[in-house]
Design a protein around this ligand. Structure first.
Ligand code: PEP
Length: 260
């Protein structure tokens, strides 16, 4: 089954309106300058919530799509400070990151909550990009696959049975020890976890698993992107730090191989 590569930029809590505009403009212009050949991947930018509308306007007419960094599991109502899926759709989002390890750590989001948020994203017509990953301690005590297995298993009952091309499961494997540390996982470690996740999704979803994309995230840079994206079960990347500079982000997109 053909899976289009997907590159997602997670800007985290960085950027005011002016810098967000500049960054979005730089990425759109860079991709426009490459338009002689069609893009080898889908590109999604996830700015902070305060810049979503502005970035949506800057992306107008380009192939780049917009995503949120988080959403509430609730549909609306008395949830001060929260943003629901319909609100994200209202400012132009089609995607949303769910269960990023920084939210799991900072906001105490556990596997059950992450699964409910993913369900809310499906319900509200968004494409969830669900993050999983082990801590350094879990890796060092040999529990990596057990942790990833449990994180994925928590999602399974909440994935709709009727998946579409626009709404399917996207999972980003992000070893917590590799995020923002400059230390990315070795190719063999990524291969092992992605192969494991693919098999678990096949067991849970049968043939539908073939359209679910598996991204890698954790200190992806232009220098290592090509070899990571070249791995068989890697369908793209979730990019943090390197998505904050248009030249670096564009160089990562340039490293996406034509896999199919
Ligand atoms: C992330 O935040 O999802 C991430 C992968 O960050 P970085 O690329 O900076 O490691």
């Amino acid at each position: 089954m053909r899976r289009r590569m997907l590159i997602v930029g997670n800007w985290k809590m960085n950027g005011l309106i002016e810098t967000a505009q500049e960054l979005a403009d730089g990425i759109v212009a860079g991709l426009g300058a490459r338009s002689g050949r069609s893009l080898p991947c889908e590109v999604v930018l996830c700015p902070p919530a305060t810049a979503l509308l502005t970035v949506h306007q800057r992306l107008d007419g380009s192939v780049v799509k917009l995503g949120g960094q988080d959403l509430s599991e609730h549909e609306s109502g008395a949830h001060t400070g929260e943003i629901c899926g319909i609100m994200l759709r209202n400012v132009g989002c089609r995607h949303v990151i769910v269960g990023h390890s920084e939210r799991r750590a900072d906001c105490g989001e556990d596997d059950a909550k992450v699964a409910r948020k993913m369900a809310a994203a499906f319900r509200d017509g968004l494409q969830p990009i669900v993050c999983v990953g082990e801590t350094l301690n879990e890796r060092e005590r040999g529990a990596t696959l057990e942790v990833i297995g449990a994180q994925l298993a928590a999602l399974v009952p909440y994935v709709p049975r009727e998946l579409t091309r626009r709404q399917t499961l996207v999972v980003a494997y992000e070893p917590v020890w590799a995020i923002g540390t400059g230390r990315n996982a070795e190719l063999e470690q990524i291969r092992e976890v992605h192969g494991f996740m693919r098999r678990q999704l096949e067991e849970a979803f049968g043939a539908d698993a073939a359209r679910m994309r598996l991204l890698y995230g954790g200190s992806v840079k232009p220098a290592n992107a090509g070899s990571i994206f070249g791995l068989e079960d890697v369908d793209g990347g979730l990019i943090g730090g390197a998505s904050l500079k248009s030249a670096e982000f564009l160089a990562i997109i340039d490293a996406v191989p034509e896999k199919f």
